[in-house]
Design a protein around this ligand. Structure first.
Ligand SMILES: Cc1cc2nc3c(=O)[nH]c(=O)nc-3n(C[C@H](O)[C@H](O)[C@H](O)COP(=O)(O)OP(=O)(O)OC[C@H]3O[C@@H](n4cnc5c(N)ncnc54)[C@H](O)[C@@H]3O)c2cc1C
Length: 397
């Protein structure tokens, strides 16, 4: 007897930010989408993610085109300027720290990006998915294995089977989809971790996102919406794994004292407003993005250290290109669509991986020559208008 499975045009394994946005985008093409996640229950939202995401200009435009932005707009704060402080032990001997400001007005009359709390972003996306008749979300269900047939793929979830024409792996760094199609990945352990938390501070952030460079990694303050206050930020403290582990075990008062010293007092007194979350800092890329009718997107395909807000913004590009190809689907077979996706995304992903990896190495280094290069590099970039603009443009694209 023939088994009948629930059928989809596209099935997405992984329903975190990338998977949810991908489902919403592709559903606009009036196709039947399925999505599953073992850690998400769309009827009972209780996440604790103390991070925020800085969505850069192109990402915002894409979310506008999907009508997601209008739901987020009131929860975002614009990032008008970016400040870099090089807290460099060599130069500190001779002078106080030095700061460099990069102003978004130099490029276009718009902010670099808009910052939104991850909890707010996820909640908004889940609400949109719940209301979307073209999407069926399988809460608490995990992708287990697949069987590739001539025209379709049969997928085994935790306790049911489904059939789909296209499978998208949005299931993160340790993606089972990626393993099932035997795609090789290169994983670089940066020996760093990141702490995320929210703080209230004495002085206003003036919509400036600040990165304080020091060996081990940057300490980043990103202005975050909290009522009408201008003194609330999301913080990412990156450093060597051992230092981060020590920080998480400190009594609250000692942690606050160290945070104040590490922030050079630029925000005045700091008050912790959330728990601390610890994140591994990895760099990962894959040898290919597609196999048969299976595609990898988001952190299943590329993982970047949290510098320069590139992680989700790179994933938004994956989804935007995939969506464009779907809009032209009538002219393309699935095989052609997959090939186009690989051709369009791979060079950009490699460029991002290489540049963020290099930036991270330069920022975290405690080698004297690299510290000199870091200081003079920032100095030159901040002085030369054409170079400064080109680097800002690169960071945004
Ligand atoms: C500290 C930090 C700060 C960051 N800040 C920024 C920023 O400012 N701007 C920016 O652009 N990016 C940022 N990023 C990156 C951004 O957070 C990620 O890109 C984002 O979380 C999206 O990841 P993802 O959905 O692709 O993968 P993940 O978040 O890893 O989600 C994968 C999902 O797949 C699910 N899953 C796992 N296995 C299975 C399975 N077998 N079947 C089905 N589902 C499965 C998981 O439960 C999970 O929900 C930051 C990252 C870190 C660590």
């Amino acid at each position: 007897m023939k088994t009948s499975y629930e059928k989809f045009d596209v099935f997405i394994a992984g329903g975190n930010i990338t998977g949810l946005i991908c489902a919403i985008a592709l559903s606009k093409n009036k196709i039947k989408i399925g999505c599953c996640d073992p850690n998400i229950d769309i009827n009972n939202f209780n996440f604790e993610d103390t991070r925020s995401t800085a969505i850069l200009r192109p990402g915002k435009e894409f979310l506008e085109s999907l009508n997601i932005w209008k739901k987020l707009n009131n929860s975002c704060l614009p990032l008008d300027k970016m400040e870099i402080i090089d807290d460099n032990k060599i130069f500190k001997k001779f002078s106080h720290f030095k700061n460099y400001i990069f102003d978004s007005q130099e490029l276009l009359n718009k902010p670099f990006g808009w910052n939104v709390k991850n909890n707010v972003l996820k909640k908004t996306l889940i609400e949109l998915v719940r209301k979307n008749k073209n999407i069926k979300f399988f809460s608490k269900q995990s992708f287990e294995k697949l069987l590739i047939k001539k025209r379709t793929i049969v997928i085994k979830l935790s306790n049911l089977k489904i059939e789909t024409k296209l499978l998208i792996g949005a299931d993160g760094l340790n993606s089972k989809v990626k393993k099932s199609i035997k795609v090789k990945q290169t994983l670089i352990d940066t020996r760093q971790k990141a702490l995320s938390f929210q703080v209230e501070h004495e002085k206003s952030h003036k919509n400036i996102s600040t990165e304080i460079y020091k060996d081990g990694g940057p300490l980043t303050f990103v202005p975050t919406k909290y009522r009408d206050k201008m003194n609330y930020s999301s913080v990412i403290w990156m450093s060597y794994s051992k230092e981060i582990e020590k920080l998480t075990n400190l009594p609250k008062n000692e942690f606050k004292k160290l945070l104040f010293e590490r922030s050079l007092g630029i925000y005045g007194k700091l008050n912790l407003k959330s728990n601390l979350n610890v994140w591994n800092v990895n760099t990962m890329f894959v040898e290919k993005l597609c196999h048969n009718n299976v595609i990898l997107v988001g952190e299943a395909a590329h993982v970047l250290p949290p510098i320069g807000a590139q992680g989700l913004n790179t994933s938004l590009k994956d989804i935007s290109i995939l969506n464009e190809l779907f809009q032209n689907k009538k002219k393309l077979s699935y095989q052609e669509l997959l090939r186009e996706y690989e051709t369009k995304r791979m060079p950009d992903i490699k460029k991002k991986i290489f540049s963020i990896l290099l930036l991270n190495e330069v920022v975290k280094s405690n080698s004297v020559p690299i510290m000199f290069i870091r200081r003079f590099g920032i100095e030159i970039i901040s002085k030369l208008g054409f170079l400064r603009k080109n680097i800002m443009r690169f960071g945004l694209n």
